[in-house]
Design a protein around this ligand. Structure first.
Ligand SMILES: Cc1cc2nc3c(=O)[nH]c(=O)nc-3n(C[C@H](O)[C@H](O)[C@H](O)COP(=O)(O)OP(=O)(O)OC[C@H]3O[C@@H](n4cnc5c(N)ncnc54)[C@H](O)[C@@H]3O)c2cc1C
Length: 409
């Protein structure tokens, strides 16, 4: 195993870091302050995109720091999963950065689906503007009325009727649906077919957000934050009738596509967690050095040095595990890396949660305000322990794969 970044991976990550330092960090605090002060709350119809976002996107694109996640050399940067991992870590240091490089979830996963499984027509209509950063997208899988960590519980339907497909059901936690630039969703639902097995009963369908029968009901706050201007919505689908050509790769292939979608996506999420943890630790140390209580710097009080050391160890462990998973995906494929991908999904968000918690604590009251990115990093970590599969589901997967070695399922 060689985790040494290739010259290309290293150089890209260095350029991403320099771009963030020069163009994003100086305006970031004002950007979030502007968003918080508008206090739009759940009224997503009023959400707007601050002009600086599109300006910075244009700059990053002009510098070739664009679509870094896509392993296709013509349409993206052509980096391997391992090569891109180093840049993903850099973007994780800032909540604004992933979008600036067109490397933000859920668009990256949706673009990968279209790139791998989309028809020529679907690519032209939706992948092209997504890769250009002109529109944004959403992934509709989780449902309010069923335990969605078990995907076979899904109740929403996508029923084939002649040359059309008809969608019905409720989805929620649909991230990004509040963004005024969000134009397309991938809707995953049940397409019952008694002739096929349990894992061929679902389809992924491209649904334009302005299709008749699609209705955003509300936005869901995460610990009181709406994460505007993107937001996480509850969306209802009532007899949404679309051409059959909107089905990705054909009816019944939803599970197969979902599996391919999540491997690299989890590497990206986890490397961003590692970047966020590095930034949190820097903030913690700086605060600990700068402030004095009981005649000592905060960092030298109580168990803070030990906490700092534990954070350093945990971050480096999570990084090595994630790089190993990325390396396995590149060299052996997603299926050979299932244990590793589940392992990092358990480890990295929990590690971030613990490191941010230390950073919040050492900041005192400031730690829970909007004065730093710490509360947003905490939200990210806590939510990620649920999103893309709760911790327990991944632990269950690791245990199952381990027990299979002993002949047990
Ligand atoms: C901020 C945020 C953004 C999200 N974005 C999206 C998105 O863009 N698109 C989308 O479709 N979904 C999204 N989700 C939804 C997320 O993927 C689901 O919440 C998650 O899959 C869990 O499903 P559920 O909420 O129905 O929980 P449930 O399935 O009801 O599970 C609840 C709890 O039961 C326990 N549990 C479940 N299974 C097991 C098990 N096998 N062993 C032990 N315990 C278990 C766990 O503690 C779990 O947390 C997002 C969620 C959040 C919080």
């Amino acid at each position: 195993m060689d985790f040494q970044p290739s010259p290309r991976g290293k150089q890209t990550a260095e350029r991403v870091r320099a771009f963030i330092k020069e163009h994003i960090e100086p305006i970031e605090a004002a950007h979030w302050k502007g968003i918080h002060e508008k206090r739009h709350g759940g009224h997503w119809t009023e959400w707007t995109i601050p002009p600086v976002v599109e300006e910075l996107k244009a700059k990053a694109k002009a510098e070739g720091l664009w679509n870094l996640f896509l392993p296709d050399a013509e349409l993206g940067a052509g980096l391997s999963v391992l090569e891109y991992a180093f840049s993903a870590e850099e973007t994780g240091r800032s909540l604004m950065a992933p979008e600036i490089f067109n490397c933000n979830a859920p668009d990256t996963g949706n673009m990968e689906v279209l790139w791998k499984y989309g028809s020529a027509e679907q690519k032209e209509q939706w992948l092209k503007p997504l890769l250009a950063g002109d529109i944004r997208s959403v992934f509709f899988m989780t449902e309010p009325d069923v335990a969605s960590s078990d995907a076979t519980n899904m109740a929403a339907t996508a029923v084939v009727e002649g040359d059309e497909i008809v969608l019905n059901g409720k989805k929620w936690w649909s991230s990004g649906v509040g963004d005024p630039r969000c134009k397309i969703g991938i809707f995953m639902a049940l397409t019952p077919n008694p002739d096929l097995g349990r894992h061929n009963q679902h389809s992924m369908v491209l649904v334009p957000l302005d299709a008749p029968g699609v209705e955003i009901k509300r936005m869901l706050p995460v610990f009181g934050e709406y994460d505007e201007p993107h937001g996480h919505g509850e969306v209802h689908f009532t007899n949404v009738r679309l051409p059959l050509s909107n089905v990705i790769a054909g009816p019944g292939r939803g599970f197969e596509i979902a599996q391919g979608r999540l491997g690299p996506g989890r590497i990206h999420h986890c490397m961003r967690c590692i970047g966020a943890a590095e930034r949190s630790l820097e903030l913690a140390i700086q605060r600990g050095l700068d402030r004095v209580a009981f005649k000592k710097q905060l960092i030298n009080l109580g168990g803070n040095r030990e906490r700092l050391a534990e954070a350093r160890v945990a971050i480096d462990q999570a990084r090595l595990l994630t790089l190993q998973a990325a390396w396995k995906i590149d060299t052996l494929g997603v299926h050979a890396a299932l244990t590793d991908v589940s392992a990092i999904k358990v480890v990295a968000p929990t590690m971030l949660q613990n490191v941010v918690d230390f950073a919040i604590q050492i900041h005192g009251g400031a730690g829970v305000s909007h004065d730093t990115q710490l509360t947003a990093f905490f939200n990210q970590a806590r939510s990620l322990r649920l999103a893309d599969g709760p911790d327990e589901v991944h632990k269950g997967m690791i245990a199952r794969l381990e027990l299979m070695k002993y002949g047990q399922k």
